[in-house]
Unconditional design. Sequence first.
Length: 433
Amino acid sequence: MIDLGNSTIAVVGLGYVGLPLAVEFGKQRPVVGFDIDEGRIRELRDGHDRTLEVSAQQLLEARFVKYSCVSADLRQAQVFIVTVPTPIDTANRPDLTPLMKASETVAGALKSGDVVIYESTVYPGCTEEVCVPILERISGLRFNVDFFCGYSPERINPGDKVNTLTKIRKITSGSSAEAAAAIDELYRSVITAGTFPAASMKVAEAAKVIENTQRDLNIALVNELSVIFERLEIDTLEVLEAAGSKWNFLPFRPGMVGGHCIGVDPYYLTHKAEQVGYHPQVILAGRRINDNMARYAARNVIKRMLNNGIDVARSTVGVLGITFKENCPDIRNSKVAGLVRELQSWGVNVVVTDPLADRAEVHEEYGIELGELTPRRPVDSLIIAVGHSEYRAMDIAQLKSLCRWEHQPVVADLKGLYDRHQLAAAGFSVFRL
């Protein structure tokens, strides 16, 4: 029998997924919060979380957590929960490097009777095909004899202060019936919303990857509709509001699909599908549509500026927001960066501002210097790219004060924050997805 009741847990990777998990377990049992970023460990020890997922008070409440970047400290644990990123490369192929390196680190601390649980998003079968062999090779232990594995996909929604870790039902699974039961009991000790024991690790992996694939496809549909409605001179959001009056209409809205989940996870599934001889049609079509929306939005802004007599090559466009979603500092896979590059390819000077994004991180990741938009240095057009609360609180008079009025400025309200009729009445040329 596997008993994890009094075990010490090591959470490997302290980002948006790992830190809330370490904090929740750390309220009731010993936890080693491990990350290779020494700066991240220092700030957590000082009571600060740059991702804004965990407050200073919550960090204090997790009194049994020890934060460390020393791999030897992992030997204190009997349960290892791996929560590292699983990105894609420039060719949209799964990049398993962080997952493999984390498995190597865990393997160096693995002992007989230990359990390794993966939460990182992967394709079905990845845990057993990629991670387990690494654990066996480095530790010298035998899978399902000396150690066991589990897969419990993360369901964190960055920036969401309502649907937090403990309030989201958790899928659990294990490499044996005994391991599955022990892992489910472990998570039930902190997840108040309850758990859903999956039939196998592969089923749990598949369940995770299709959650975001489904959302991706639904967003791709409304994005394609927005392209069609633009040509028909119909406002997409007004169409969606009308259609939404029916009880079973799904409330998806058009937009640029970035981030580390929806814009990435479908490629993990299509990668595995191609490995087994099937070339996905619908999933990849949805990805093509969504990946093209930043370019589409930028070109619509350029077209309207040209029609309004604005000298595009000598113009300045202000972009509000660069994070991948509202009220969140995460800039991973931000499609706003692609929008900026498209504008710059037309010779536009682009000023990007964001109240939550880290300036150094934005520069390192995208080569973009965050600036400031003020009435003292007005721009020729505005793009509201992210729905931060700060931008939602701005009124149309404030938007007007940021613009030059020698020619009619374009305002691209990509998040639908403002009433388009009021924007037009104020003198803007309005574009919305």
